[in-house]
Design a protein around this ligand. Structure first.
Ligand SMILES: C[S@@+](CC[C@H](N)C(=O)[O-])C[C@H]1O[C@@H](n2cnc3c(N)ncnc32)[C@H](O)[C@@H]1O
Ligand SMILES: [Zn+2]
Length: 374
């Protein structure tokens, strides 16, 4: 074991490379994910204007919630649960070593733990190995009248279409193995959360979501308003995609369509979330709250904020040009042209060769073709 510090917590963790079968799982690479949770909790707590109860249903070492207890004001209590007794023993020791006395511990299956806390928890974090789908119903059950929900998924391969049958079986949704596969996977996951919450007459709206190589992360607000639950459920729809030319659109309806550009049949992916996946307002508040000395985090939040103003799925410049046998233009020049014509254009965190724009696909192809002739 070795002693390390993350945020304001000092903790003893297994030494060497991380493995799933370590007695307690601690992944230093998820620090950014945890930092983002802490900023989101700070903003949510200010919005709620009351003391909040925080729960990590699959806590492992408890690092996320122990940091919340230490780094956020006005926390009623943190509830730390994992079915691994060694993890909970470490979490208890860490709480003691760091003078935290508003933590409760339990060793239960996450579904049992959450179901026992019906309508009670103000922030719930679900961070399993693999898919969070097995825990979403009990998460919805446990969410208080207005709550913050954080969900991590590491089964990015099914969600992104590498294993479509697994995605259909697990999420009841068809993925898309094309340039926008990560955003489609993220939207399928959001829709799964929305559908689980709407089964419990609760709404869910995403506030900050992102895809990384090994995981997807979604944080959003849930309420117990039935009318808002109806609204969020209605935002679930489909993506229609042309495998021939790359044309794409989000739509509430599932009817077969043909491509307006090349007349080929469009492929349907989903059900998925068709609304905005990031809130510029919420992310802006997080940026203002961010006092972590971490350049990577600051840059990441800035990038998310910029792209959050554009709601339609991103474009991958290289893939688009490949599909349409076009030479790839310089991104800066293309952005200049798009902006000159009154469109928005921003880099996206999803792919280094991707960008977000509110330009329609047909117009984008026209601009790329014109540019190449110059
Ligand atoms: C990825 S780790 C959690 C990491 C932690 N949230 C963090 O930020 O460091 C997943 C944890 O889920 C626990 N786990 C897996 N299945 C569970 C279940 N059904 N109920 C409760 N805990 C479970 C494992 O023991 C493991 O500690
Ligand atoms: Zn087409």
């Amino acid at each position: 074991m070795e002693t390390i510090t993350e945020g304001k917590i000092t903790i003893e963790i297994p030494k060497g490379n991380i493995r799933k079968k370590d007695p307690v799982f601690y992944n230093p690479e998820m620090k950014l994910n945890r930092d983002i949770s802490i900023l989101a909790v700070k903003i949510f707590k200010d919005m709620a204007k009351r003391k909040i109860t925080v729960a990590d249903a699959l806590s492992s070492s408890g690092i996320r919630t122990l940091r919340i207890a230490k780094e956020c004001a006005n926390i009623e209590k943190v509830m730390i649960n994992d079915m691994n007794p060694t993890a909970i023993a470490l979490a208890k020791k860490t709480a003691k070593d760091n003078d935290i006395n508003n933590a409760e511990f339990s060793i239960e299956d996450a579904n049992v733990f959450l179901s026992k806390n019906k309508n009670h928890l103000d922030y719930i974090d679900i961070d399993p190995f693999g898919s969070p789908i097995y825990f979403l119903d009990s998460c919805a059950r446990a969410a208080s009248g207005k709550s913050l929900i954080g969900v991590t998924a590491t089964d990015t391969a099914p969600l992104s279409g590498t294993y479509p049958k697994t995605c259909i079986r697990r999420y009841g949704a068809v993925p898309l193995r094309e340039d926008i596969k990560h955003e489609i996977g993220l939207r399928i996951l959001i829709a799964s959360i929305v559908r689980a919450f709407s089964r419990h007459n609760k709404s869910f709206v995403p506030l900050i979501t992102y895809s990384k190589i090994h995981y997807f992360r979604i944080m959003g607000i849930s309420t117990s308003s039935t009318s808002l639950a109806g609204k969020s459920a209605e935002t679930v729809g489909y993506a229609h995609y042309c495998k021939n030319c790359g044309n794409r659109m989000l739509s509430k309806d599932i009817e077969d369509k043909t491509c307006a550009i090349c007349n080929k049949d469009l492929t349907i992916a989903g059900p998925l979330w068709t609304g905005p996946i990031n809130s510029p307002l919420f992310i802006n508040k997080m940026i203002k709250e961010n006092d972590f000395d971490d350049k990577k985090l600051t840059e990441f939040l800035e990038l998310l904020k910029k792209e959050s103003h554009i709601t339609q799925p991103f474009y991958d410049l290289h893939q688009i040009c490949k599909k349409n046998h076009l030479e790839i233009p310089k991104r800066e020049k293309l952005f200049e042209e798009l902006k000159n014509q009154g469109y928005k254009a921003e880099k996206t965190h999803h792919e280094p060769t991707g960008f977000k724009s509110d330009v329609e696909y047909e117009k984008l192809l026209e601009i790329i073709k014109k540019r190449l002739k110059k």
